[in-house]
Write a protein that binds this ligand. Structure first.
Ligand code: GAP
Length: 454
């Protein structure tokens, strides 16, 4: 119980820091918000962009066997009929007759053999009904049956329906993949745990097409690749868990699925699914569209529908995991040597929204300010930097610690030669986690930082 309390305190602090420092805010807040929807502020946007860019670099640009695509959110309704989403993409839902809450039946505790309402404790609940999670909309001026489609609940289907076009233009041989990052929408019954379960979110998905006999091996391969990715963005393996979904719980078309889970303060929860989806999706679209979605193997002269292994990660969940993993509170001396709580986001420099803070020691000294602004000009084309001249230097460091900025550069009187020529043209560079400072020449600053942030 004590641990639960400290975990929920920690989550509360994280949510409050996210708002205070402009990482993540409630959508449409001035109108009371919209449940399950979130906006990213300046720091959150940078963090999210760094994550997506690094995923793209690892999964597409650094590989010969993967190409990218960017599909539309609205697609022909038949895509969702063929994929099975229209008929089966649903959660079982019950209503509480006492407090009128609507709840997911599969997430409720039981008492005396009956499901119990988590809001009021009543056992008087309706029978479960299937509740489709897709947001329905109408395309065009008429709101009739023929105009219905849905906001996509996953990005993957756009990849499947463009498989043939991309195969032709990319001229790739199996195995090869198509990657996409984009928005997905699900009308979740109970959005919760901050951004963890949202109604609007982003996915980073790869559909890796292969021969049927290669599927199971590639499932293991992609699990390992994805675990490496999390290490490379600074999420320690101790915070990750691999959950092999038992065969009876896998989707009927899947021959194997791993969930990569993260130790969030609110519990161990899924970050990414790595699934071997067989040839299910392409076969469904082939049947429904009447268009062949086969691969022709030049060597064996065989035609067949490729199988697919899919690593599918959530952008928002990974951003939340990055923030939770990075959040740290420690005691550190202030400028007068008095111990105070230092809040630090210990992001990997690769993910950090701002890479370097730049500080003139005093704001009312023209030479210091000019030199600091010069450094901003040198670094800005290469990385996100932040210039700050207000307040005591210790306060400025603390503000950047809280934003997760890994380096701080201070321009002082040595830099401008006021204490003699020996240290002229040098600055101090402070490392966020150790708080250690070293002195280096301004001319070396750019390459030193570029080395450390990548
Ligand atoms: N194409 C496969 C697919 O969509 P999924 O397990 O339903 O599989 C993949 O979703 C990932 O998308 C999840 O692991 C999670 O990171 C993210 N995701 C799914 N639903 C989400 C939600 N409501 N809010 C935030 N992220 C979500």
């Amino acid at each position: 119980m004590a641990q639960d309390k400290s975990a929920s305190d920690r989550m509360e602090k994280i949510v409050s820091l996210c708002k205070r420092r402009g990482f993540i805010m409630q959508s449409s807040e001035i109108y009371g918000g919209l449940n399950g929807c979130w906006d990213y502020g300046p720091l959150g946007t940078e963090l999210k962009r760094n994550l997506k860019d690094f995923w793209w670099r690892r999964m597409v640009r650094e590989r010969d066997d993967v190409v990218g695509m960017d599909g539309s959110i609205l697609m022909n309704r038949q895509v969702w009929v063929a994929s099975g989403h229209e008929a089966t993409f649903s959660d079982p839902m019950v209503d509480c007759r006492n407090c009128k809450s609507r709840l997911r039946a599969d997430q409720l505790p039981e008492k005396d053999g009956k499901r119990q309402c988590t809001v009021c404790g009543s056992l008087d609940l309706t029978e479960p009904r299937a509740f489709n999670l897709m947001f329905k909309t109408y395309v065009g001026a008429t709101e009739d049956e023929s105009a219905i489609t849905y906001l996509r609940p996953e990005t993957a289907q756009a990849i499947f329906v463009q498989f043939k076009n991309i195969l032709e233009v990319a001229r790739k041989k199996l195995p090869f993949g198509i990657a996409q990052i984009g928005k997905a929408f699900r009308n979740e019954i109970n959005p919760r745990n901050f951004t963890f379960r949202s109604r609007e979110f982003e996915q980073m998905e790869l559909e890796y097409f292969c021969r049927p006999e290669g599927g199971l091996e590639l499932l293991e391969y992609w699990l390992k690749e994805r675990l490496k990715f999390y290490k490379d963005i600074g999420i320690s393996s101790e915070l990750l868990h691999i959950h092999k979904i038992p065969p009876e719980e896998c989707a009927h078309y899947s021959k194997g699925t791993y969930d990569i889970e993260f130790d969030f303060p609110f519990g161990i929860q899924e970050l990414e699914g790595v699934a071997y989806r067989t040839d299910y999706d392409l076969t469904q679209h082939q049947k429904a569209s009447g268009k062949l979605l086969e691969y022709f193997d030049e060597e064996t002269k065989q035609r067949f529908v490729p199988h697919v292994v899919e690593p599918s990660a959530g952008v928002d969940r990974t951003v939340l995991a990055l923030i939770c993993a990075a959040y740290s509170e420690e005691m550190a001396p202030d400028e007068k040597g008095k111990l105070e709580t230092r809040i630090v986001l210990k992001f990997h420099p690769r993910m950090a929204p701002i890479k370097c803070g730049i500080f003139p020691l005093l704001k009312n000294n023209e030479k210091l300010v000019r030199q600091a602004r010069e450094i901003v000009k040198i670094l800005r084309p290469h990385m996100m930097v932040f210039y700050d001249e207000s307040g005591a230097i210790g306060r400025r460091y603390r503000r950047q610690d809280e934003a997760g900025t890994p380096f701080g550069v201070t321009v002082d009187f040595d830099t401008i030669g006021e204490n003699g020529p020996a240290k002229e043209g040098t600055v101090t560079i402070r490392e966020r986690d150790s708080m250690k400072q070293e002195r280096i020449a301004i001319v070396e600053l750019k390459s030193l930082l570029l080395d450390r942030i990548d």
